[in-house]
Design a protein around this ligand. Structure first.
Ligand code: BGC
Length: 478
């Protein structure tokens, strides 16, 4: 029975690139369940509209958050983009606008930082608390993981595409000259092709299979500046691994093999990203989910048993010992019976179902905690109970089953008929109840403890059972 486990949470991850805006519906394990994309655009309002349209395409009831990887400097704490190149979202309060339009919490980071979060959780940097990431695409993105956390400096550390490798090199959008992005990005590769007189759509993979000097020259002009940047980054960061991703990341790793690092004091393995171009989307979704407040554990102890089986005594003793809120079916149903009496048994049963559902609705609204419910759940069809428990969003359910010999149950009922409120059946119900007590069984929708109520009940023993790891069958908090 999985109905009581917390519903799986999904997030929409968006990676805003220079060429495409990619979006994916991602589960907590980093699996992309659906994905879609639209072309990127220099106008921030257009990017905003396209992001909202991608969200609308992927959205479902299980989506709890949105994460967006943004090219440029991003202050994740204030959720503002501070700069950008081809796509510059700094003129807009982008995260707040998406959040307002979509009605879901939005987390933002630099696009390469998102890719590193994904590679660290599920890919080439898994198990490495100290890692450096470079993404080779329209630009070059970068991010550093230090002790398992993104290195932030004052806010925007890790813009590794802007490490200068040639002091009089090409002008960069950041204002400097010779940033590695101007020489080793996908855009720079296209320029190297043109400079060498090669067709513009020539792929790096194709050049890597060629031995002519023109092809080798383009590969050298593209990869050697990155090798220089890597040498500096490895010296500065002393990472356990450097991961190269982005659309051109795989080709770049192969190209770098042509230019091995000099033997040096400083060294680190350089690996191709294993999540490829999906890393940005997966990492963005992960950041969205991580920014959500941790849900509080919500659990229910059902105190179950036929009428007069001793449930109320057990439930109130447990409530008294623990302080857990106690929801009692008779407490909810009583005032309605009082107003409507006399009622026949079908109406009584209907009020019972409505009361049970009211209790499940109260549980559904609670943010967390352990609750007690005192009811003879067997009066209602099992699927009503199952649906209510699922709706309540519980981490775990346990059942304390109150057991007493059928004749004792009948005798107790008979003795209390006069004290029962209006609407309850009278003495004529006793034979039916005795027969019911003989065949009644727990619901067993979670772990069950049978408690004999024909003598004093040991509340401490029930609490020891509740504390003995029985909840481990339920989904643990994240
Ligand atoms: C930007 C970076 C970005 C990278 C990849 C560079 O031009 O300055 O912030 O991460 O492109 O999109």
């Amino acid at each position: 029975m999985t109905g009581f486990r917390r519903a799986p949470r999904h997030a929409i991850g968006i990676d805003i690139g220079g060429t495409n805006i990619r979006a994916g519906l991602v589960d907590e394990g980093g699996t992309i369940l659906a994905q879609t994309l639209l072309p990127s655009h220099p106008d921030p309002e257009t990017v905003l509209r396209r992001c909202l349209s991608l969200i609308a395409d992927l959205r479902g009831p299980e989506v709890a958050a949105i994460g967006i990887g943004i090219p440029g400097q991003v202050n994740a704490a204030t959720r503002m983009a501070l700069s950008g190149g081809y796509v510059d979202l700094s003129p807009l309060p982008f995260a707040a606008l998406v959040e307002r339009a979509a009605g879901l919490p939005v987390a933002v980071e630099n696009d390469a930082a998102m890719a590193l979060l994904a590679e660290a959780a599920f890919g080439a940097a898994k198990g490495q608390p100290d890692a450096v990431m470079l993404t080779i695409g329209t630009g070059i993105g970068g991010a550093v993981l230090e002790g398992g956390q993104l290195l932030r400096g004052q806010a925007t550390a890790g813009q590794l595409g802007h490490v200068v490798v040639q002091i009089d090199g090409p002008h960069c959008v950041c204002g400097r000259q010779g940033c590695v992005e101007t020489l080793s990005s996908g855009t720079a590769f296209a320029r190297h092709l043109t400079d060498a007189g090669l067709p513009p759509h020539t792929r790096a993979e194709d050049l890597l299979t060629r031995t002519d000097t023109v092809a080798q020259g383009v590969i050298a002009r593209w990869a050697r500046p990155l090798r220089a940047a890597l040498d500096s980054l490895i010296t500065i960061c002393n990472p356990g691994v450097v991961v190269i991703g982005g659309g051109a990341g795989g080709a770049m790793v192969k190209a770098l093999d042509r230019f091995p690092p000099a033997r040096s004091w400083f060294d680190a393995p350089v690996l191709a990203a294993t999540l490829g171009d999906d890393a940005g989307v997966i990492g963005a979704a992960l950041a969205g989910l991580r920014a959500l407040p941790a849900p509080r554990v919500k659990r229910l102890v059902m105190v179950n048993g036929v009428p007069a089986s001793g449930k109320s005594g057990v439930a109130s003793a447990l409530a008294g010992a623990t302080g857990w809120p106690l929801l009692t079916l008779d407490t909810v149903k009583g005032p309605f019976l009082q107003e409507l009496a006399p009622v026949d048994r079908p109406v009584n049963r209907t009020l019972g179902r409505a009361s049970l559902n009211a209790m499940f609705d109260i549980l559904a609204e609670a943010s967390g905690g352990t609750f007690l419910m005192d009811a003879w759940f067997g009066f209602q069809p099992r699927d009503v109970v199952e649906a209510g428990l699922a709706r309540a969003g519980l981490w775990g359910v346990a059942e304390v089953w109150c057991d007493a010999p059928p004749d004792l149950v009948g005798a107790r009922y008979a003795a209390r008929v006069a004290m029962r409120g209006p609407g309850h059946p009278g003495l004529e119900y006793v034979p039916e109840l005795v027969a019911l007590a003989a065949r009644a069984e727990p619901l067993a929708l979670g772990p069950v403890l049978r408690v004999a109520t024909d003598g004093p009940v040991d509340t401490g023993a029930i609490l020891t059972w509740l504390d003995s790891g029985i909840w481990q069958n339920s989904a643990p908090p994240p």
